[in-house]
Design a protein. Structure first.
Lengths: 149, 149
């Protein structure tokens, strides 16, 4: 239901959110997010276009978040790369339905609305600063308790 | 987010649910559901395979629901043609994540779970017998109130 493009875009955005002060190269994003290099520009282009990412040129250039990570929701990212198409009018174009959806399409649209709301309720900052020991994109630190004899 | 195949499959199922006692021909489903004929068999095949539809051969043959419309949820139909892929394990295959999802993937999976629950909560019978004046797949009856002089 979430496309591969959405998955990759969110991973790339988490990489950038984790490095707010240092531009990340395409290579770096690709490595950390396990994102195929060929796919990277396809993913970054709509994020830049939406203003969620800025591309800095030059020797120390790279990609950075265009806004504070606390101001970018998961929905913003999804919407930039593969928008959720709500059902606003009858998909069959029935003349008498118009914007009055039938029970089938109302049900589908309400499911889409729930997804939108859920994705709008989390920012990138919340995702990376959750305090959860399982951190996004990173191997967890496995604590080894050495036995003391 | 819902594919065209899902949309077409649901429309076809509503056609069959509206005619529980008479097999519907491919032509009839295609006409009522405004479904491209070339697409019809692609849509019907997985529905038959899932047991949601039965295909009857012969002169009076056609497609019928495989179960009572009150026993088929919208989720059953979606799942037969274009399943919702829940996130059960770390998509990055991080060794230390495994089935313990990070906050990002937990958020995405919980949105998918909500969609599943929403679609499981409605049957085809509910969709076609809702009492709503805007009926699925049909033009609404426009009541004309003639002025009585």
């Amino acid at each position: 239901m979430f496309s591969q493009t959405v998955e990759y875009a969110l991973r790339a955005m988490v990489v950038l959110a984790n490095a707010p002060d240092s531009p990340q190269t395409a290579q770096s994003i690709s490595d950390i997010a396990k994102l195929p290099p060929d796919y990277l520009f396809k993913v970054m282009q709509p994020l830049v276009k939406a203003g969620l990412v800025v591309a800095q040129r030059g020797k120390r250039g790279g990609f950075m978040l265009g806004r504070n990570s606390g101001e970018v929701t998961i929905f913003d990212v999804v919407n930039a790369v593969d928008p959720i198409h709500r059902i606003h009018t009858c998909p069959l174009k029935l003349r008498t339905h118009g914007i009055r959806l039938c029970p089938l399409h109302r049900k589908l649209d309400s499911a889409l609305a729930m997804v939108e709301d859920a994705l709008k309720s989390s920012t990138l900052a919340e995702v990376i600063e959750s305090g959860d020991p399982v951190r996004s994109l990173c191997e967890s630190v496995v604590k080894l308790h050495a036995k003391v004899h």
